[in-house]
Design a protein around this ligand. Sequence first.
Ligand code: AMP
Ligand code: MG
Length: 361
Amino acid sequence: MVLCISPSPVIRICRSAIHEGYQACLLGFVLLISGCTQGPTDQRQTLYVFGTLLEIHAYTDDASVFRDAVAELELMFAQMHKDWHAWDGEGELVRLNRALAQSESFEASEALQVLLIQGRDYSEQSEGLFNPALGRLIALWGFHSDLPPGGPPPTAQAIRELVAAAPEMHALNFEGRWLSSANPTVQLDLGAYAKGVALNMAIDKLRSAGIQHAIVNAGGDLCVAGRHGDRPWRVGVRHPQGEGVIASLEAVDGECVLTSGNYERYREFDGIRYAHILDPRSGYPVEHVASVTVIARNGGLADAAATALSVAGPQAWERIAGRMQVDQVMLVDEGGQVHLTPAMQARIHFETEIAEIHVAE
Ligand code: AMP
Ligand code: MG
């Protein structure tokens, strides 16, 4: 807490200055000015979570409240990492996936149940293009690993067989908290939307700790609360095909900005890059899209939609965005052309020359 010195001691100092000279009086005024004008300052802390650096940046006048809130967030993220990891450790999702593979039912926590119902809904809205039941296919492509996979891609036959087995979210049965599936190829991977959910939760936690102005940023995916002093938080969207930032925008209180990019993780073999975003219809990585950015108040929805629209591509993204009810979208295709919704066009500022911009009707 920054102390603002009240006028009375200053007046007292100034009165006594009549006897003791002007130095004390001046000192009093300096203290008054510096004490009162400090107000909120920038507080920053970086954590390593979900395999990425996560920066918490608050604009607050209480550094100790910030420190305590960050310590709580660190615990929350560690718990999420453990519970929601698809392949590492013995967390809840790993145990659920094991039960599903053995055609057994599993009693999930309420938090996981809620998350999976959300995932099922987004999957349905996206016509299955967002499909968190694809865990086996993601593992087949080598992306269930902290290190980038190497070597040749999986065989066409292995991919065909998994796609034909149709691991889909509607094959997951919910009986209260008990989950089961008649399809043992259903394996859950929350990698396409858990980060957005977690960012929203982090902002909620900061607010309930009394921090009203903050930005939580995990490698360019972020949610914001409040403003940075007298101006909104200004954020950049990474250029998917070059260095630096393609565009910037002002994120307002409660918004999240989530980007899916084929540059984030990929497998490289024989000069060909295989991106980590998979098309559930073919079983192969998406090719036609470099990145998709979605702005929404619901971070989980924005994250799921960014992935779904990457799969939908330049031809189908508008329809899927409409079905998922996201109206602020930017898609950069493989050729570097930018596709925008009118609502995104109204607020985005390009930081680099764009060859062609298409604005949806
Ligand atoms: P994102 O960066 O949000 O697009 O998430 C990509 C991650 O989601 C990948 O690393 C996979 O773990 C997973 N994933 C890949 N393709 C899909 C898909 N079509 N639907 C849901 N999750 C996917
Ligand atoms: Mg996503």
